[in-house]
Design a protein around this ligand. Structure first.
Ligand SMILES: CC(=O)SCCNC(=O)CCNC(=O)[C@H](O)C(C)(C)COP(=O)(O)OP(=O)(O)OC[C@H]1O[C@@H](n2cnc3c(N)ncnc32)[C@H](O)[C@@H]1OP(=O)(O)O
Ligand SMILES: CC(C)C(=O)C(=O)O
Length: 556
């Protein structure tokens, strides 16, 4: 059956939480939470092909490298691969001293025993068990009432105490997840958590983790935040509990839910790099961290080389990161459209090291995460003069004057429309070269002699005119006026600009001239030469030739 005409007959809205004095809306995130990566567990269990030992190790090292101190590495009772991976980490000392490995188990005795067995000899570990608490799970999956669900959790919590006591050399941290918390009645979630806390007896010095998952994201993020705040107010031993959020992204608001959950009192976040995980994924730790970073809050995770991290994640998950993925996607620091490019170019010009970052359209400085500025501006048929100018400036040191930017962008626009494709900086330069620098017909300046006496310049020009060498002479108040007077056509110079390209002995000069030939619109020419006077003469010839070609109907 396709979409219902009246969806309310099939679906219902999630109930609001009765918490009119909620405080989270007026809070801000001003410090990093405790991060826990679930890439090797929740992420891994959602892959078409779960990672083998090599991939798991590679990703584990990457997670350590970015600064994660809590890493859920396996569901050891699920498979021999997972069990062996935990053993490998422990037996071959792959776990840095300040890192807790975390493992997950169902609330079943034999699975819990095997889980503790997998951890033999570990220096410190977080052992995590879960029981689903929502009404549909109680009714449909477990076919158990609330009391027997609580009893399952309590029995497991007791077994945790017992098995941990058998390995006293390990620093144990316990974690309990009322799975499907976001779809459950809050009083029941609190009741089952309190029952587990009664067994574990945490203290402020030896806290336990209560992880409150949006196992399937099923409400707006403000509702999730209300749930977290309500829970934090009602759970016992709040000062001895680390409240953790574990959001999935079914409604596409996993990031928002997590951020609001932090405002609402959560201390800890579980998620995966770039949002891998069941269905639409776990919350993306990278986006969360960089959201904090771009608000001036140190996330305590290091994504200085985000592309290296992405490469490992893509290889291990056998899944590519979307080109629009926040912060890391191939296209997210790129502007194709004209007005964006214009603003970015002006923003870069205005940005200095001593002021806050405020380059328009770029929420982060790409270089902070190891990205170059190369891809920031790319030119296609949606682009304008700003982007074209930026690329010529960045790649070739050519700074077109404003009116010339307008003129040349029309040339580029025609070409992008014709090609229907993006144009690279080189293609744009080639077009500039063909259109302006190689505009040698009908008059090609071969060489010149310039004399200056009593403020009067005199030039002798050797010019190739249709294969025949001619000599033209002229004089005027400056070199350009002298060349204008030598030309066989009447032109008026409207504007002139010049600048150096590069520095030192290899520097070149670029000259730009705008002229008007009788009966024509103004047109530009460019000259580039080691000598600025020669460059200006070439610029004038370039402009004149373009004007002549247009007059003769040979160019647009
Ligand atoms: C939201 C999450 O991500 S939770 C984590 C989910 N991850 C995984 O399941 C990956 C690893 N899992 C596995 O390898 C297997 O499921 C195992 C080893 C844990 C269990 O395997 P099996 O014994 O074959 O059970 P199966 O996979 O069918 O799981 C369903 C059973 O677990 C029970 N169950 C589900 N969750 C729990 C829980 N938290 N505690 C206790 N029992 C549970 C179900 O009620 C069902 O029991 P039933 O067979 O008596 O009806
Ligand atoms: C085990 C729990 C934390 C889980 O993965 C979930 O609910 O999504």
């Amino acid at each position: 059956m396709s979409m219902q005409q009246i969806p309310a007959h099939k679906y219902r809205a999630f109930p609001m939480v009765d918490i009119p004095d909620r405080t989270w809306p007026s809070k801000t995130i001003d410090k990093a939470p405790i991060w826990s990566s679930s890439d090797l567990r929740d992420g891994n269990q959602s892959l078409i092909e779960p990672m083998d030992a090599d991939k798991k190790m590679k990703l584990f090292k990457t997670l350590v490298g970015v600064g994660l101190k809590e890493i859920e590495v396996a569901f050891p009772s699920a498979s021999q691969t997972d069990y062996d991976f935990v053993r490998e980490l422990i037996e071959n000392n792959h776990i840095p001293a300040d890192v807790y490995i975390q493992v997950l188990t169902q609330a079943r005795e034999e699975l819990i025993r095997r889980t503790f067995e997998s951890l033999r000899g570990v220096k410190k570990a977080i052992v995590h068990f879960y029981v689903a608490v929502s009404p549909s799970f109680r009714r449909i999956v477990f076919k158990q009432d609330k009391e027997s669900i609580i009893q399952t959790a309590v029995n497991s919590a007791k077994l945790f105490n017992e098995l941990a006591a058998q390995q006293p050399e390990t620093e144990w941290v316990f974690e309990f997840s009322p799975e499907t918390f976001s779809m459950a009645e809050l009083p029941f979630s609190v009741e089952i958590c309190n029952a587990v806390l009664d067994v574990w007896q945490p203290t402020p010095e030896k806290k336990v983790i209560l992880n409150l998952p949006a196992t399937v994201e099923s409400s707006m993020p403000n509702v999730y935040a209300d749930q977290i705040e309500w829970f934090c107010r009602h759970v016992n031993h709040r000062d001895s509990v680390l409240v953790s959020v574990h959001c999935h992204n079914d409604r596409g608001t996993g990031i928002a839910a997590t951020e609001l959950g932090l405002l609402a009192g959560a201390d800890r976040v579980e998620g995966c790099l770039f949002g891998n995980g069941e269905r639409t994924g776990n919350v993306d730790i990278v986006t969360l961290a960089l959201n904090m970073y771009t608000q001036g809050v140190d996330p305590k995770l290091d994504f200085s080389d985000i592309d290296a991290v992405r490469k490992v994640v893509e290889e291990c998950n056998q899944m590519t990161v979307h080109p629009r993925h926040p912060y890391v996607g191939d296209l997210v620091h790129t502007a194709f459209s004209g007005s964006h490019q214009d603003a970015i170019r002006k923003g870069f010009a205005a940005q200095t090291e001593d002021i806050y970052w405020e380059v328009p359209y770029l929420p982060i400085d790409p270089s902070d995460i190891g990205r170059s500025y190369d891809a920031v501006i790319r030119v296609n048929s949606q682009s304008g003069k700003g982007g074209i100018t930026y690329l010529l400036e960045q790649e070739y040191g050519i700074s077109l004057p404003r009116r010339m930017q307008i003129e040349f962008s029309q040339v580029v626009q025609k070409e992008t429309d014709r090609l229907g494709l993006e144009m690279t900086a080189k293609q744009i330069y080639d077009l500039l070269n063909t259109e302006y620098l190689q505009a040698h017909q009908p008059f090609q300046l071969i060489k010149h002699r310039l004399q200056e006496e009593n403020d009067i310049s005199t030039v002798d020009l050797e010019v190739n005119v249709g294969g025949k060498v001619e000599h033209w002479q002229g004089s005027g108040k400056g070199p350009l006026e002298a060349v204008v007077s030598a030309l066989p056509v009447k032109v008026e110079i409207m504007d002139y600009n010049e600048h150096a390209i590069g520095a030192g002995s290899t520097a070149n000069a670029a000259a730009y001239i705008e002229i008007r030939m009788e009966g024509q619109r103004p047109l530009h020419g460019i000259g580039i030469n080691e000598n600025i006077t020669t460059a200006s003469f070439h610029a004038l010839f370039s402009a004149v030739n373009r004007a002549m070609q247009i007059a003769n109907g040979k160019a647009a």
